[in-house]
Design a protein around this ligand. Structure first.
Ligand SMILES: Cc1cc2nc3c(=O)[nH]c(=O)nc-3n(C[C@H](O)[C@H](O)[C@H](O)COP(=O)(O)O)c2cc1C
Ligand SMILES: [Mn+2]
Length: 511
């Protein structure tokens, strides 16, 4: 079968990871009960290649799991390699180029999906009484979890009753029974919004869930594009060609043909069940379960020897940080730029577990606006906290753009040395926000308000467009000829070669 490349076909994505050494084909027997989770967590921690579990001790023979599909890589210069592969970009792509690619596709005409008659996801079709989700190696990911999670790296497909808006969105689903799943559908998220429309009519929500989807589609489904925007058209623009879709067996939704596993059915209008707890994106596992909607599965279709991708959520960096955080960064940066504010970059530091976004301010343009710090903070808060993307991230750090905000060392240094404790914190207790943020009070989580803040790390003189000091550093404190001599003689002095590229060799790049 012709290859579509890693952005538009999950199997091609896995093949390319294996070929480049960024996945390991594990032949050892591994249990989906906690062992898959433990290996995958350690892969995130050690920035190892993605584990492809090909010999699982539970589930039907041949069924596989891929862990850490967008974990970071420890290879120098390829930190974001797996993430870049989702978008069909070279493994050496850095954060700025990832963001510009995502933003440029937002300003390109959508490329609608192409309907095809069949595809790999139809290689096996199971309907009616034969449906049994427990044939799959559904993993227990953390010892604290309230159940096994089928959907940690897949997306829901739903469509509005008027047929005008199709939503693809990532949200977790827990195994509930042989033919049922349970999972959140928050009313602020598009899944919950569209489910609400069907419920209001007293009808079931026609639904499908796609696992092992084309990676560019998964990324778009984890991206807070505005309401009424079809993620499928965005994927086409992003990947440079239409995503191929096929009609579901049991309803008239369309799903990506080049997917590993597709579940079809409906979301019950009224049935709920306890879901969770699960180790979560902010890094904690809490003790409580919550009642959430039940998803009824009427058909399962899958590729031969299907691969179920899993995200083992928790401490960074996992996919809630690398994928979700990057997608939030792109949409937020686009909004801030379009608003005319003097912003040059926005980045959800993965280390901050999608609980803060750092905004780089162009201080020369800032000076021309003659804004005060409060005016700038309020303007940024208004743009972000009123938006679908800004609802997701509670804290915004403002930093001058001499700081590389994709480098956490520099962000920490700026926060410590540039944020005045008495005046640099602006809080917005009335702004709505995601209720999952760990530090919210019970009341704030219940009302969905509170916890939002803008933290300024802008120095007083930066509002005049200047920075008083230069860094005391290798890059700034020595003449060029001295630096060159030190670099040339580095190994002669008796040190090991550092392996750093030119930027690293030049020292801390803050100017
Ligand atoms: C790996 C991963 C897991 C996620 N899990 C959830 C989840 O369980 N619930 C949720 O509301 N959002 C979750 N998200 C974030 C949503 O996918 C994201 O906010 C997206 O914008 C939602 O789509 P929508 O904007 O069309 O509503 C997850 C994202 C990723 C990448
Ligand atoms: Mn959406």
């Amino acid at each position: 079968m012709a290859r579509r490349g890693s952005a538009l076909d999950f199997r091609d994505f896995v093949t390319e990871l294996l070929a480049t050494g960024d996945a390991v084909d594990i032949r050892e027997p591994v249990s989906p009960t906690l062992e898959v989770g433990a290996v995958t967590r350690r892969v995130y921690d050690t920035r190892s290649p993605a584990p492809l579990f090909g010999n699982l001790t539970e589930g039907a023979p041949g069924f596989r799991i891929l862990g850490a599909p967008a974990g970071l890589s420890g290879r120098p210069g390829q930190t974001y390699g797996r993430l870049a592969a989702h978008l069909g970009l070279p493994r050496t792509t850095g954060p700025r180029d990832l963001l510009e690619k995502l933003i440029s596709a937002m300003h390109t005409d959508p490329v609608p999906p192409r309907v095809v008659a069949t595809g790999p996801c139809k290689e096996n079709i199971v309907t009616g009484d034969d449906v049994d989700l427990e044939r799959f190696p559904v993993p227990l990911l953390h010892a604290q979890d309230g159940g096994r999670y089928f959907g940690t790296y897949g997306f829901h497909v739903v469509r509005t009753p008027d047929g005008r808006w199709t939503s693809w969105s990532v949200s977790r689903t827990m195994l509930h029974g042989r033919t049922t799943l349970v999972g959140p559908a928050m009313p602020q998220q598009h899944l919950g919004m569209i489910h609400g429309m069907w419920r209001e009519r007293g009808e079931r929500t026609p639904w499908a869930m796609v696992l092992g989807a084309p990676p560019a589609a998964l990324a778009a489904a984890g991206m807070p594009l505005p309401a009424h925007v079809n993620e499928d058209g965005y994927v086409g623009a992003l990947a440079g060609g239409p995503v191929e879709v096929v009609r579901a067996e049991t309803n008239d939704l369309y799903v990506p043909a080049r997917s590993e596993i597709v579940l079809e059915g409906y979301i019950s209008p009224d049935e709920t069940a306890p879901e969770g707890p699960m180790g979560e994106y902010h890094g904690y596992a809490f003790a409580e379960s919550k009642r959430q909607p039940v998803f009824q599965v009427e058909a399962v279709t899958h590729r031969q020897d299907p691969i179920l991708p899993v995200c083992v959520a928790g401490l960074p960096p996992e996919e809630n940080h690398t994928i979700w955080g990057t997608m939030i960064s792109a949409v937020s940066l686009d909004l801030l730029r379009s608003s005319g504010l003097p912003v040059s970059l926005a980045w959800c530091s993965y280390e901050a577990a999608t609980c803060w976004i750092v905004v780089a301010v162009d201080i020369r343009r800032l000076a021309r606006t003659r804004m005060t710090e409060r005016e700038l903070a309020d303007a940024v808060a208004e743009v972000l906290f009123g938006s679908h993307t800004g609802w997701l991230v509670p804290k915004v750090l403002l930093v001058a753009d001499d700081i590389d905000i994709t480098d956490i060392d520099q962000v920490v240094w700026a926060l410590a040395t540039r944020n005045p404790p008495a005046t640099g914190h602006y809080v917005y207790p009335e702004a709505p926000g995601i209720p999952m943020v760990p530090y919210l009070t019970t009341e704030e989580a219940r009302t969905g308000r509170g916890g939002k803040a803008v933290v300024s790390c802008l120095l007083p003189e930066q509002f005049e467009g200047v920075t008083r000091g230069v860094t005391a550093s290798f890059a700034n404190s020595f003449p060029k000829d001295v630096r060159r001599r030190v670099l040339e003689k580095w190994t002669d002095y008796g040190f090991a070669a550092t392996g750093h590229g030119p930027a690293g060799a030049e020292g801390h790049p803050i100017g």
